[in-house]
Write a protein that binds this ligand. Sequence first.
Ligand code: UDP
Ligand code: MG
Length: 289
Amino acid sequence: MKKISIVVPIYNEEKVIPFFKNRILNIIKKEEKYEIEVLFVDDGSNDKSIEIIKNIRKQDKRFSYISLSRNFGKEIAIYAGLDYAKESDAVVLIDADLQDPPELIPKLIEQWENGYDDVYAKRKRREGESFIKKITSKMYYIVLQKFTNIPIQKDTGDFRLLDKRCVQAICNLKEEARCSKSLFSLIGYNKKEVLFERDKRIAGTTKWNYKKLVNLAIDGITSFTISPLRWSTYLGSIIFLTGLIYITSILFHSNEIQGYQIVLSTVLFLGGLQFFIIGVMRRIYRKNF
Ligand code: UDP
Ligand code: MG
């Protein structure tokens, strides 16, 4: 019997977990062909989430959990879950707040059985998200695609089914700043989309704020491209050359060198050199890509 682990990151979801448990149970009890495990990853919640999870585990052994020592953020929580479940034949990633409908899981499994390795759920539209969130996310993906060469699936979150070999490939990537969305793309394999309607959060509030989003956005770009550094090299070379030309011209054409000319040429010369060196240093930091 094939084993499927459903990994659910949890951060302060005490209001949500009981709803989630009922909805997911309805699904897994119908999937008799598989051995299904629901793995909660408690990401250092400071409400009653972990007690609720422990109670569920006591009543039903299909539910299990990992409890992280503090809040590490969803990306790391997912990584912990994947690492724990890497011997399962497939892993489904799903949010606890029922924005990702568990009813879609059978469809994901169906496509997996058709031979796809990474079956991702793509939103038809986004419910319950502010206009600003939608527009910033749209702009971000345009920038991300311009900077990095890794194709990112649009309107797709972490809700997906990953075959064992994808899970193992992802666990082998020892990235510190983990941006799952790009990692899923990076590993390759056969991908397949399944469309769905993203619902509103069933209860509680979003754990995201703009600071977290901006950090993730920066990680998404800087961990997958060196192009900002390459630009630094280009810019540095231009400034450096300008400085050089300027110095040469004042040496040859001025009878008397002015103070500001010395200051200006030194600034251009050193500034350009620094930009240039920053770009060269990328070789030391980027060994993987
Ligand atoms: N989450 C987590 N750690 C965090 C923040 C969020 O494990 O530091 C979990 C959260 O409990 C939920 C999922 O990640 O199951 C998605 O979070 P949320 O619904 O707040 O994000 P949104 O859907 O608004 O992007
Ligand atoms: Mg949510």
